[in-house]
Design a protein. Structure first.
Length: 433
């Protein structure tokens, strides 16, 4: 690298977004993902042993997928090539694979190929990778925000270790925030900045586990705020305007977050769609994560509506997939439809109560003695003189037969209510007695 190239790199570094400047350079600087990072954890052991196999990082944006790939590359003696599945075509991919093959053939140096958003590659492009991964010519590191079991070819997936990365916790985001404010080389450590505790909490809350979003938002807030007496003051109003949040509703202790979701759930449980909508609106205006809301609707559909209306679970699941695909502001319409449907639906918590009671009994029991007639017949130890009766061979596909574990006979867990579709279930089960 000549002096002009070095000067350009320094200028680019200075002008790069804060999120790029603060990107961790090693595992010691990396924040979060404690389940795979750290002394003695899986990924640390892989890197230390230099026996890295092809891996796939699966997780939401801004949690460190690309950063981990670059850290891994720096700690090995392999070549490193970075591609984006969004912009790379098959021709470019084949050129990279040929280069990797030549490096192995002539220099005995293997290559790490990192492919960001690998789920964007079509089947042909993914198939092109397969023989090179299989022969060990390349170590493939993929990153995806989509479920790899649906988006990545099974043959390729079977040759990769999937590592789930999770949204960053609030403590992780707080640490990243403090590092950016104190770092003199890459962050704002040389600036006289005062940021209030409430502003920090609002910023962390609305980052939704995304470190990149937090740093980009912090940078906007700081660079767009004028100095007063040589100091930049970042308070909740600055953060709200930097995030385009209108009238954030969460207080200093974050109690409003929990109070609002509690009121939201209880309003639906109480069959009050109007109250449920006002709390939904409050959450949306306060910047609540729409996926969080949709997840709570799926839980509610099963816990509180249950078999009184089995269609509720279908609606809630469709809602989650839809808001994930559409995003705001249109997601508010989908959420509102689902909320009003669930709030207006007949309700039963019989399934919820049943599984809680059954799990308590299992925890308190030393053994579950399964009747021999319904055990696996391939096991010689399960031989019995009794015959399993195949229900479909009998009238109404029912025959009186013992299924309950021997030491649980007589216990009752599912007690359907006399409401909605569950009324039909109750009548059917009663008719079998």
């Amino acid at each position: 690298m000549d002096l002009f190239e070095l000067s350009m790199q320094k200028n680019l570094m200075k002008q790069a977004p804060l999120a790029d400047r603060m990107r961790p350079r090693n595992l010691l600087e990396f924040v979060g993902q404690d389940h795979v990072i750290g002394e003695g954890k899986y990924l640390s052991r892989l890197i230390k042993s230099d026996r890295l196999s092809s891996i796939l990082f699966y997780g939401p944006p801004g949690v460190g997928k690309t950063t981990l790939a670059e850290i891994i590359a720096k700690t090995t003696n392999k070549n490193f090539i970075k591609l984006s599945a969004v912009t790379s075509n098959l021709k470019e991919l084949r050129e990279v694979l040929k280069k990797a093959e030549d490096s192995m053939k002539f220099h005995d140096i293997s290559t790490i190929v990192f492919i960001d958003e690998i789920h964007r590659f079509n089947k042909t492009q993914q198939d092109a990778l397969l023989p090179f991964v299989e022969r060990g010519v390349i170590t493939l590191i993929g990153a995806t925000t989509e479920n790899p079991y649906f988006e990545v070819n099974r043959a390729l997936l079977s040759r990769m270790q999937i590592i789930n990365l999770f949204p960053l916790e609030d403590k992780d985001l707080f640490k990243i925030l403090e590092m950016a404010l104190s770092d003199r080389e890459r962050g704002f450590g040389n600036n006289n900045i005062e940021i209030t505790d409430l502003a920090k909490k609002i910023l962390i809350k609305n980052s939704n586990g995304d470190g990149r979003f937090l740093l980009n938002s912090l940078e906007i807030a700081i660079l767009s705020t004028d100095k007063i007496d040589g100091k930049i003051l970042v308070d909740e109003n600055v953060i709200e305007n930097s995030l385009l949040i209108k009238n954030v509703k969460y207080d200093k202790n974050n109690n409003e977050h929990y109070d609002t979701i509690s009121a939201f759930i209880k309003s639906m449980r109480g069959s009050d769609p109007d109250a449920a909508l006002i709390y939904l609106a409050k959450m949306l205006e306060g910047g609540e994560d729409i996926k969080f809301i949709a997840r709570r609707l799926m839980i509610f559909a099963s816990e509180d509506v249950g078999n009184a209306n089995p269609q509720a679970m279908v609606m809630a699941s469709a809602c989650f997939n839809s808001v994930n695909a559409v995003g705001m502001p249109e997601a508010r319409i989908i959420l509102a439809q689902t909320v009003t449907y669930l709030a207006s639906s007949e309700k039963s918590n019989a399934s919820y109560l049943g599984i809680n009671k059954a799990m308590a009994d299992v925890r308190n029991s030393s053994n579950i003695i399964i009747p021999k007639i319904i055990r696996d017949k391939h096991n010689p130890q399960n031989e019995t003189n009794e015959n399993y009766l195949y229900p479909h061979n009998y009238k109404n596909s029912y025959v009186d037969q013992t299924y309950m574990p021997d030491n649980f006979i007589g216990r009752k867990y599912y007690e359907p209510k006399n409401i909605g579709y569950e009324k039909i279930i109750k009548e059917y089960l009663d008719s079998l007695k």
